[in-house]
Structure formats: structure tokens, C-alpha cells
Design a protein around this ligand. Structure first.
Ligand code: FAD
Length: 283
């Protein structure tokens, strides 16, 4: 099923998982997915390391399992910075053979240790290419606080519009912790003529280390209230996790009240966290 068709007069709830790291038993991802299935997500997306796949279940295999065994639509992430046109065509061919219909087309992060290929400079190039080579539903990433490499949010939004013009049918946002940033972003993209659905990306704070890592990677800012919680529970990991989960639940409920097209929960492959949040926000 094409994910695009789900955004009709209702708010979507979806999950993101990643292929298991080499040191994690392969069965673990299937256990995680079994729990996620019971939470009735509208779709599950599966990340792909821009540096290439790691041994174990690949993005495509996991997407196929979600769709064909669990009966839930899936989206395969596809970063292009280290791909050639030929390698993308091969991947699209595999997706088609496995019945995967949805792709999140990305540029991927630059890795100083890897010389990028030059067939695709930006995600918009990949989106145009995929649009010309198959019947895929294409999603793209967006950044409520602006992409870290962009000169400013307005410039980033002009590039976002290029992705939509190239064929992206819906957007999934980078994580953010201030809903206000998301609302301002929504107004700005509407003013720029972008009218496709936008899902809000939510990553619950579950530990000090994980949030510090994510924030340094993606440049998301930490609002005062969250910073205070983190300081208050700095020496109490269980209390910090509980406060982080409540913060995410509040964020989701408020976003829904304010008409967000959907919520995309970054599960970090933690089914207990996903279940706790999904149950708390269920209608
Ligand atoms: P682009 O849209 O190409 O934008 C990248 C930068 O280039 C931006 O600053 C943009 O403003 C600028 N730009 C765009 N077009 C132009 C132009 N024509 N001229 C000048 N500047 C331009 N990474 C992975 O490796 N694997 C994943 O599975 C993955 N999943 C993700 C899922 C989501 C929901 C999100 C939000 C991000 C994900 N990422 C993933 C991270 C993503 O690859 C990085 O954020 C990457 O740095 C940018 O990717 P993009 O597709 O947004 O790039």
C-alpha cells in the first residue's frame, strides 16, 4: 500500500526502526516488530546507513517482512550520497521484487572517511530519479529547526520545496523538542507553497547519553523546560526516563490537538518505550 493514501482526514501514527547492529542477535528485531505490530501503526519505516549495509537483516528484508508477514505498510529509507545511478536502480529493482512500494529518499550525512559518489548531490536529485524509474511513493525528510548545513531556515525551506516539486508526496520531520518550532515551520512551509502532509518526528528522551548524542548529531535544540528536567534528574536515570517519556507524550498530545498530519515515533528499536507512549496517546 502506498503510504501517501493514508493521509486522508486522519492523523497518522508511525514508527521508525533500524536494522540490528552486528552485535545484536538477528531475532531481536523480529521480536521488536511483533510488539510494534500490536500497537497498530499506520506504517513502519526502516533506516539505512549511508555508509552501506551491515551484516544481518538489510533494510529491504526488514521492510519486506513488515509488509508481507505483518501486513503493515513499510517505508525503506534510501540515502543517495554514496550511491550511483546503477546502484539505486538495483535497489529499486530489489524493492519492486519484494513488493516494497514506499521509499524515504535522502541525501545521507557526509562521512569524511568516505569519498561520496557524484551521481546525486542532494535528495531532490534522487527523488527526480526515482520518480522517473518506477511507481514508488516517495517521502522526504524535513527539518523544523533547519538542516544543520543550511544557511538559515528560509533557505532550507526553498530546498525542501524542490524535493516536493521533484515528487515527494509527504514529509517526515527531524526530531524536535519544542512544538513551537514545528508550528512556525508549518506556517513557513505553507507560505512557501508546500502543501503535502508533514509528520512530526518525536524521539523520547530515555537517557542523558542518548539525547546528548542525538542532539549533537542533528543539531536539535533543548528547550528550557526539558533542560531543567535533565538537570533535575541528572543522577537518577529511572526518573529521567520517566520524565522524558511524559515529555514526549505531552508533545504528541499537543501536536495532535494542533492538527499535526501525523506523529512519527523514533523507537530506537525499544519496543517497551514505543508501547508505553502508544498506549498513553491512544484515542
Ligand atoms: P537534502 O534534502 O539533500 O538537504 C541537505 C542539505 O543540502 C540541506 O542543508 C539543504 O538545505 C541543502 N540543499 C538541498 N538542495 C540544495 C541545492 N540545490 N543547493 C544547495 N544546497 C542544497 N540518514 C541516513 O543515512 N539513513 C537514514 O535512514 C536516515 N533517515 C532519516 C530519516 C529522517 C526522518 C530524517 C529527518 C533524517 C534521516 N537521515 C538518515 C539523516 C539525513 O540523511 C541527513 O539529515 C542528511 O544530512 C540530509 O539528508 P536530506 O535528505 O534531508 O538532504
Amino acid at each position: 500500500m502506498k503510504v501517501q493514501s493514508l493521509f486522508q482526514n486522519r492523523q497518522i501514527f508511525s514508527f521508525e526502526v533500524f536494522p540490528p547492529k552486528p552485535d545484536v542477535p538477528i531475532g531481536k528485531i523480529y521480536e521488536t516488530l511483533a510488539t510494534l505490530k500490536n500497537l497498530n501503526p499506520d506504517f513502519i519505516s526502516v533506516t539505512y546507513g549511508a555508509g552501506g549495509s551491515v551484516p544481518g537483516a538489510s533494510t529491504a528484508e526488514i521492510c519486506a517482512y513488515i509488509q508481507n508477514q505483518l501486513g503493515i505498510p513499510s517505508i525503506a529509507h534510501l540515502p543517495c550520497i554514496n550511491e550511483t545511478k546503477e546502484s539505486v536502480l538495483e535497489k529499486l529493482h530489489t524493492f519492486r521484487e519484494l513488493g516494497i512500494e514506499n521509499v524515504l529518499a535522502l541525501r545521507g550525512d557526509r562521512n569524511p572517511a568516505v569519498e561520496p559518489k557524484h551521481d546525486f548531490s542532494y535528495a531532490a536529485d534522487l527523488i527526480s530519479f526515482i520518480s522517473q524509474h518506477g511507481e514508488f511513493d516517495i517521502a522526504a525528510a524535513c527539518y523544523p529547526e533547519g538542516h544543520p548545513e543550511a544557511a538559515d531556515l528560509d533557505t532550507d525551506i526553498l530546498h525542501l520545496r524542490e524535493k516536493v516539486q521533484a515528487g515527494a508526496s509527504h514529509l517526515i520531520s527531524q526530531l524536535f523538542y519544542s512544538n513551537r518550532d514545528f508550528y512556525v515551520f508549518r506556517e513557513k512551509i505553507a507560505a512557501a507553497g508546500i502543501s503535502v502532509p508533514v509528520e512530526a518526528g518525536i524521539m523520547p528522551v530515555t537517557s542523558k547519553k542518548s539525547i546528548e548524542r542525538m542532539v549533537s548529531l542533528c543539531g536539535a535544540s533543548i528547550p528550557k523546560r526539558l533542560a531543567k528536567l535533565m538537570a533535575r534528574y541528572a543522577d537518577d536515570p529511572a526518573a529521567l526516563k520517566a520524565a522524558g517519556l511524559e515529555y514526549a507524550i505531552e508533545q504528541i498530545l499537543e501536536l495532535r490537538k494542533n492538527g499535526a498530519d501525523g506523529i512519527h515515533l523514533y523507537t530506537m528499536n525499544n519496543p517497551d518505550v514505543a508501547r508505553y507512549i502508544a498506549e498513553a496517546v491512544s484515542e
